[in-house]
Design a protein around this ligand. Structure first.
Ligand code: PMP
Length: 386
């Protein structure tokens, strides 16, 4: 069978050899960074060095960086930790769209079940947040929840403008969280400039190791810890942190930033090569999401007309192309992209949407070969002559 081509990088990315090398010595270092002895202090130093580097890359203070197990934990801790301490006595209003990843949508449901009111953030047909169309806000505390880059469409969102607008509309009453999992390491992210209270990300989305993520929490802003017990991470996340994984995350983020312009330009070329070849191999196809240049360079949300996405993804797997129907990070699931109805009105059309996400380590030849394989599967499913 042909070597599989990975067009599912938004699910996870390969951990780079340089990152594995940087982590290796720390897997064998038997010391807890909280231990006061010499080898403990050495581990602590490595952990704090990783924290400093990550903070520097993301425009945060080192003491605003909390190491977590990944973005799912970060999103959940951020939202459940922000909601109970919102100013005012009334239950909070959550401003959030249906486009959020399940790791955000599920805690939102939990908060709604506890009495929070949920109001939608307006989204345009390209999946971008509208900054000037706000629902009527009730009096009382607000929590704005908005991803920074979308895992399906690749839309890069105007989070700083949304936060600014919220502060004008509800001075002193608003808090905000951004899920930056698909943005960190791909585009420049500056925590303080975004103005949010909390930010979530996962190392494995930017060529770091799986099993570690980060939660940025704004200094001096109230937030209630969700994992308590050991007092680690300045009391904000109990449990022994992994020095090796933290070192790996810092190394991956450094590499991503050092190579960002080159990677972005290369991904744009790859994307163009993929789309050109797809058009000739199996047009017509519709690209759903932001206009050219407004989204993540490596993400294409495509509708292959007349082809069921679930069948396409299975057929592509057999043909040697890894793709997804949208948000399928859960084991083996191929759930449709949450909120797709906001972008694609026709229900039958929504079932034809496939997410293709490429990686900077790939080549034009990979894209052309992938497009040819996709063309074969799509034509077969359409019943076209090949
Ligand atoms: N948010 C977004 C936008 C994601 O794409 C993902 C991963 N698919 C997550 C959160 C959760 O990340 P993790 O599985 O690493 O916890």
């Amino acid at each position: 069978m042909a070597e599989p081509i990975n067009l599912d990088h938004n699910a996870t990315t390969p951990c780079l050899p340089g990152v594995i090398e940087a982590m290796a010595p720390w897997f064998g270092h038997a010391a807890n960074p909280a231990s006061p002895h010499q080898i403990g202090r050495k581990a602590r130093q490595a952990l704090e060095d990783a924290r400093d580097r990550i903070a520097g890359r993301l425009g945060a203070w080192p003491d605003e960086v909390v190491f977590t197990s990944g973005a799912t934990e970060s999103n959940q801790s951020a939202l459940l930790g922000l909601a109970p301490i919102l100013p005012g006595r009334a239950p909070p209003t959550l401003l959030v769209s249906k486009l959020e990843h399940p790791s955000v949508a599920t805690p939102v449901e939990l908060l709604a079940a506890r009495g929070a009111q949920v109001l939608p953030l307006a989204v345009n047909p390209q999946g971008e947040f509208e900054t000037d169309q706000w629902p009527r806000l009730p009096e009382g505390p607000l929590l704005l929840i908005a991803h920074l880059a979308h895992h399906g469409t690749g839309a890069i969102q105007p989070v700083a403008e949304l936060v600014q607008r919220m502060m004008e509309l509800a001075p002193g009453l608003g808090r905000s969280h951004t899920d930056a999992t698909q943005a960190v390491g791909k585009i420049r992210v500056n925590f303080h400039k975004l103005g949010v209270d909390t930010l979530a990300a996962s190392a494995h989305k930017f060529n770091g190791p799986a099993g570690i993520g980060l939660l940025l929490i704004r200094r001096a802003k109230p937030w209630a810890p969700q994992t308590v017990g050991g007092g680690q991470e300045l009391g904000r996340r109990g449990g022994t942190p992994s020095v090796a994984l933290a070192v790996g995350m810092a190394c991956a983020l450094d590499l991503a930033h050092e190579q960002m312009a080159i990677r972005q330009a290369h991904c744009l070329e790859l994307r163009q090569a993929l789309l050109n070849r797809l058009w000739s191999a199996c047009g017509p196809l519709e690209v759903i999401g932001p206009a050219e240049g407004r989204g993540l360079a490596h993400t294409v949300l495509a509708r292959f007309t007349g082809v069921k996405a679930g069948l396409a993804v299975m057929g592509l797997d057999l043909e040697g192309v890894a793709a997804s129907t949208g948000s399928a990070c859960a084991s083996g699931s191929q759930r449709p992209l949450p909120g797709l109805e906001l972008l694609v009105a026709d229900e039958a059309h929504r079932r034809e949407v496939v997410r293709l996400s490429l990686g900077h380590e790939q080549t034009i030849a990979d894209m052309e070969e992938a497009a040819d394989r996709i063309g074969r599967v799509v034509c077969r499913l359409r019943g076209d002559r090949q």
